[in-house]
Design a protein around this ligand. Sequence first.
Ligand code: EPZ
Length: 422
Amino acid sequence: MDSIHVTGNGPLNGEIPIAGAKNACLTLMPATLLSDEPLILTNAPRLSDIRTMSMLLESLGCEITPNADGTVQELRTAQITNHKAEYDIVRKMRASILVLGPMLARDGQATVSLPGGCAIGARPVDLHLRALEAMGAELDLRDGYVHATARGGLRGGTFEFPIVSVGATENALMAATLAKGTTVLKNAAREPEIVDLALCLSRMGAQIDGAGTDTITVQGVDRLHGATHAVVTDRIELGTYMLAPAICGGRVLLKGGRRDLVSAFCVKLEEAGIGIEETPDGLVVERKGNRVRPVNVVTEPFPGFPTDLQAQMMALLCTADGTSVLEERIFENRFMHAPELTRMGARIDVQGGTATVQGVDRLRGAPVMATDLRASVSLILAALAAEGETVVNRVYHLDRGYEQVEQKLSACGAKIERVKAA
Ligand code: EPZ
């Protein structure tokens, strides 16, 4: 298995281009199932999760033609030739559940493996299913699969999500575009990825109002057509690399970065003493002063502080001048990076969903293990500021969500390299 070797060597200076959002692309790709015409996605990130989604869609009958460098994906599903999303693919990536709503909406039938739990929590899909039921879907859970049918097609309905769910909002939104009549989704997720999906679906001919607010209204149409759509900037990749100069010192331009995508995160960084400037080319982040100030963080659905930046923020706070408290409210088991950071000299006490981080002067390099995508990059960030060498193992997690990490960071002066497994 590959590993990443990092040696902390002082401030970072330069530019880092931010790619298209993984989590937007993973919901835009299944939208191909709603139309027989081509959907062209530009600014697509080059990641293993995108390849997994391609494999899944191909297994359902979609033809996918990427351009030479993989940043443009042309998807065409002339016909859905297989309505079953198999366990072998779904178990690799939970976002696979996003094919359920579109298949059901187009053909009135879909069978999708239940994804099961994952390292960061139980992560059920009950809300996806309940929202589709509100549109008239009949569901039968058997043999580890959800068998969904909608005789005569889906029909509009009203559904209020009891808790905010990004994926369930996406599934319901896609399904509603082809349902008969009006669908109202209340307490909907407001993430930029939802707004991006709604924009793409509107380009395909859908009639959607209110995306980006907590109430989305969809007027169903008979058919959707092809479209070309540029994937929104990855706000989590943006926030992650904003933390690199925050941790090591220096000044870095995050090309394509926008403050409105990460505003709650920016407020916390500024509270810690980090300078952020919005320019026409992107965000410029600079650390003035020696140590950052401690801050308290609570993760929340958008527009709150994102759970997907909690691990990386913890890496920064490990060397703050005082004690910070991080409260994780989205997933019940998302502190697996804490024991690994502790191996690097951090002082962290985890009690349930709360981690108390007492800042230390300096972290020290150590062999550590990536446990999930965001945990793995938090270890790399910590390693950039640590004394000596850190070896991050199990980096396949990292490759799911970050393209060219070593290139992007070494272009700013970091000492980082990937060591290929023999
Ligand atoms: C999306 O996951 C992201 N994944 C996650 O990104 C992100 O952490 C999460 O949203 C929250 O922002 C993709 O977009 C592919 P949820 P999703 O449904 O949609 C509970 C990353 O690192 N819930 O908003 O699966 C759930 O257990 C990741 O890129 C139910 O109870 O998240 C969680 O506690 C990992 N029943 C909460 O809701 C359901 O049916 C929010 O989850 C659905 C969710």
